[in-house]
Structure formats: structure tokens, C-alpha cells
Write a protein that binds this ligand. Structure first.
Ligand SMILES: C[S@@+](CC[C@H](N)C(=O)[O-])C[C@H]1O[C@@H](n2cnc3c(N)ncnc32)[C@H](O)[C@@H]1O
Ligand code: SF4
Ligand code: SF4
Length: 310
């Protein structure tokens, strides 16, 4: 299924830091278990440069800076990291709440021609902070303007809740006027967020591995390489020393934990061709791991609706 020589897409969770508190985020939902690992660690540029090389990932086309607990723009070396991937002709996408740093930073980021998904689930301070608790609309607006004016490709990402559904058309209009390239609507599946809307889809009859098909893997802020972002929640819980035992977490510990899957101790090839990836893939033939079943059979992922504005 996976082979690092054919991987085209890498998700990277750059940090465990964030500046705001969205109630449906894993940071909040699992706060009791993961609190002590939040706002502590980040992947250094030095490590990334050493691990993610053209030799290890010769077919890499896209790096997506978006994890489960990170605000990527808080990484102090983000511009250097972006330049590194740009030099290797790898496209870059960043997911951000946008209420970070300075206009100068966002201008410099825009100059690098990256794509940024701004999480803007409202059209003013009042509606934004209903979900993006602690975000600053004025700052976010200044930042997206600096980014777009410098040539960055911006997507306005709007998560639909009961409290903001009526603002959807207004948000689209503002996004268009402000020079965003795209508008993405997310109908969230997150059950912990009571307000989130669910759209059901036809069930698949077997596991269709979303990441495998996309030739994509996920790198956690700890350096652990995972088959997909969906396993990051279980990984973060076992890494924090808490959470429920699952077949995945049991196997993770049995195989030596970080020794088997963390790039500090092993190579991407060894992880991707290693026992954990095999264990997950083999489970599909007989008794799929719960996570795979929930995510890739029952199609419980978020539903995305993209619209081009330009
Ligand atoms: C944990 S965030 C990390 C990136 C960045 N901090 C951000 O918020 O964009 C990963 C993704 O989850 C999205 N997200 C946050 N809350 C969500 C929810 N309730 N339902 C669906 N997606 C959500 C974010 O907008 C982002 O695209
Ligand atoms: S901005 Fe992103 S990482 Fe931060 S709390 Fe919200 S969803 Fe989570
Ligand atoms: S949950 Fe399982 S099947 Fe789905 S993308 Fe991840 S590894 Fe593949």
C-alpha cells in the first residue's frame, strides 16, 4: 500500500502549540489526557531537513502543514521550512487560524507563494469567536490582507455550525471581495461538538484507505510517522501516557513505541515498510482496526465543499 519512494503527499504537524481554544479541537476534547504535552514541543527545521529529503521522498509533491493540535504559523522557523520545500519544488499548504504573528510575517509568507487555508467561521469578532475562542478578527483580517497582497493563495475555510450557518453567503461575498481564491465549507462530523452538522454519505462495502490512495502519510510533531492523521488522536493519547487502550496503542507499545516509528530513531523507509504499517494494512483482510473501520468504511470524515472564487 505505502512505499516512501512513491509518497506524493506529506501532512506535517509542526508543533504542539496553539494560541486559541476552539471547543471542538482535539486539544480541548482530550484536554484531561493530553494537557501536559500541549504547548511543549516542535519539529525543528534541522530535523525536518535531515528526515524529509529528496532521496527519502523522491516523488513528494505536496506538504500540508496541518495536524491535530498545532497552529503551524507559531513555529519560529516556518519561513525557513517553507523556503526549503519551495527550493525542492514541493507545493505547500498551511492551515491556520490566522490570528498569529505580524503583518510583516504574513507578507513574507505570501511572497513564498504558498497556499493558506484560513479558518474563518464568522464575519466579525462576535461571530468568529463563538467557535474560534481567543481569535482576533481585526488581526486576522490584517494578516490575510498582507498575505493576499503579497501574492499568497488564500482559501477561506468556513466550518458550518448552527450558530453561523446563516452567515455562509455573507462570508462568501466578503471572501470574494477580499481577493480569496477559494471558499471551502466544512460540514463537520465531530460528535463532541454538539452543534456540528452531519451529512451522511453512502457506505462503502470495504475499507478504502484514503491516505493510501492519495500516496500520503502523516508526520506528528514528535517525529512519529503515522499512516494518516486519523491515527494521530490514538497516538497522542498513548504518547501522553493516558487514554483508552486500543488494538493500535497495544501494538504501538508492543513494537517498542517511538523506537519503531519515530524518525529520531529510524528512517522513513523503515517505518513505512515496518511492522506497524503492515499490522494496519493486514487488519483490513480480517478484522479492520476500529479507526480504519470508522473512518474509511463508514465514511465518517468531514464533508468538504470547495468553490473557486476567481
Ligand atoms: C487542529 S486544526 C490545525 C490547524 C490550524 N490550527 C487550524 O485551526 O486551521 C486542523 C483542522 O481542523 C479544522 N477544525 C477545527 N475544528 C473543527 C471542527 N469542529 N470540525 C471540523 N474541522 C475542524 C481546522 O480548521 C483545521 O483545518
Ligand atoms: S486553531 Fe486549530 S489547533 Fe488551535 S484550537 Fe483551533 S482547531 Fe485546534
Ligand atoms: S484510517 Fe486506516 S484506512 Fe483510513 S486512511 Fe487511515 S490507515 Fe487508511
Amino acid at each position: 500500500m505505502w512505499n516512501n519512494k512513491t509518497i506524493e503527499w506529506l501532512d506535517i504537524e509542526l508543533t504542539s502549540f496553539c494560541n486559541i481554544d476552539c471547543p471542538g479541537c482535539f486539544r480541548q476534547i482530550k484536554r484531561k489526557v493530553v494537557n501536559h504535552i500541549l504547548d511543549t514541543e516542535m519539529l525543528s527545521f534541522e530535523k525536518l531537513r535531515k528526515w524529509i529529503t529528496p532521496k527519502e521522498f523522491p516523488k513528494l509533491k505536496l506538504v500540508n502543514f496541518c495536524g491535530s493540535i498545532d497552529e503551524p504559523t507559531l513555529h519560529p522557523e516556518l519561513l525557513d521550512i517553507v523556503k526549503y520545500f519551495n527550493e525542492h519544488s514541493v507545493s505547500i499548504n498551511i492551515s491556520s487560524n490566522g490570528s498569529t504573528k505580524t503583518e510583516k510575517f504574513w507578507h513574507d509568507l505570501g511572497k513564498e507563494k504558498v497556499s493558506v487555508f484560513f479558518g474563518v467561521d464568522g464575519i466579525d469578532q462576535k461571530s468568529l469567536e463563538k467557535y474560534r475562542v481567543g481569535a482576533n478578527f481585526k488581526k486576522l483580517q490584517k494578516n490575510w490582507r498582507a498575505f493576499i497582497n503579497a501574492g499568497g493563495k488564500a482559501t477561506w475555510q468556513f466550518i458550518v455550525f448552527e450558530h453561523n450557518e446563516y452567515l455562509l453567503e455573507d462570508a462568501k461575498k466578503i471572501a470574494d471581495e477580499e481577493g480569496f481564491d477559494n471558499f471551502r465549507v466544512i460540514y463537520s462530523h465531530r460528535s463532541d461538538n454538539k452543534e456540528s452538522k452531519t451529512k451522511t454519505r453512502n457506505e462503502e462495502q470495504e475499507i478504502v484507505c484514503k491516505y493510501g490512495i492519495q500516496k500520503r502519510v502523516f508526520l506528528s510533531h514528535t517525529g512519529t510517522l503515522l499512516p494518516c492523521c486519523f491515527f494521530n488522536s490514538e497516538f497522542l493519547q498513548v504518547h501522553s501516557g493516558g487514554g483508552n487502550e486500543t488494538r493500535y496503542t497495544k501494538k504501538y507499545l508492543e513494537l517498542g513505541g517511538p523506537l519503531e516509528s519515530n524518525l529520531k530513531y529510524t528512517t522513513p523507509t523503515e517505518v513505512i515498510e515496518g511492522d506497524m504499517f503492515k499490522f494496519i494494512v493486514n487488519s483490513w483482510n480480517d478484522k479492520p482496526l476500529e479507526r480504519c473501520w470508522q473512518t474509511c468504511k463508514k465514511a465518517k470524515q468531514d464533508v468538504f465543499v470547495d468553490e473557486e472564487l476567481k
